[in-house]
Design a protein around this ligand. Sequence first.
Ligand code: AMP
Length: 210
Amino acid sequence: MKLILLGAPGAGKGTQAEVICEKLSIPAISTGNIIREALKNGTEMGLKAKSFIDAGKLVPDEVVIGIIKDRLACDDCNNGFILDGFPRTIPQAEALDAMGIVIDKVIDIEVPDEKIVKRMSGRRVCKDCGASYHLEYKKPAKEGVCNLCGGELVQRKDDHPDTVLDRLSVYHEQTEPLKSYYGNKGILCVVEGQEEVKDTTALTLKALED
Ligand code: AMP
C-alpha cells in the first residue's frame, strides 16, 4: 500500500506513521527526519536546508523532490510506503505523479490551529535518535531522557511558538491545497485528530480499511 499522511505540522502525522509502519510492515518516510539527519551530519543538503527549517519555511521543492526520489528507489519501498511530510506543495505532488507512483490513499489528520500551537509547545525530541515525546501526552519514563537511547530531550527550534505560527500559515497557504488535489482523485480520507493519541490511531486504522 502506498500512503500519504497529510496534516498541519504537529497534527500527529509522525505518530500515526509509526503505527501504520508497524501494522503494514512498510517503511514510514519522513522528509523532515531525513533533512534533520542531514543537518546533524553537516552534509551539503543539510546546510542548504538549515535556514529554511529554522525560519519555519519550506525547503525548496527541487531539494525535497530529489530526497524522495532517492529514498523511494530503495528496495524496502517495493511493497509500499507511508509518506509523512511529503508532498507539502502542489509541485511536489505533481513530481510524485511524474515518477509514475500511484498513491492508494491520502489520510488527512485534521487538528484546529489553537490545539496545534498548544501541542507543539509541549513537544520534545531526542537530540540523538530523534524520537518524539510530549510533556503532557507522551511523557518519557524519566523526565528529559529518551526511553529508547537515553539521549537528552530538547525542544526543536522550529517548535518555538513564533515559528509554529509561521509554519501554520505556510501549511494553510501551500499544503492545504493538496486536500482538493487528492480529493479530486477520490483518494482523500479525513481523520479528525482526537485528544487521545490512541483514539486518533483507531480512526486512522479504520480509514485504512474503508
Ligand atoms: P517536519 O518534521 O515534517 O515538520 O519538517 C520539518 C521541516 O523540514 C519543515 O518545516 C520544512 O522546513 C522541512 N520539510 C520537511 N518536509 C518538507 C517538504 N516536503 N517540503 C519542503 N520542506 C519540507
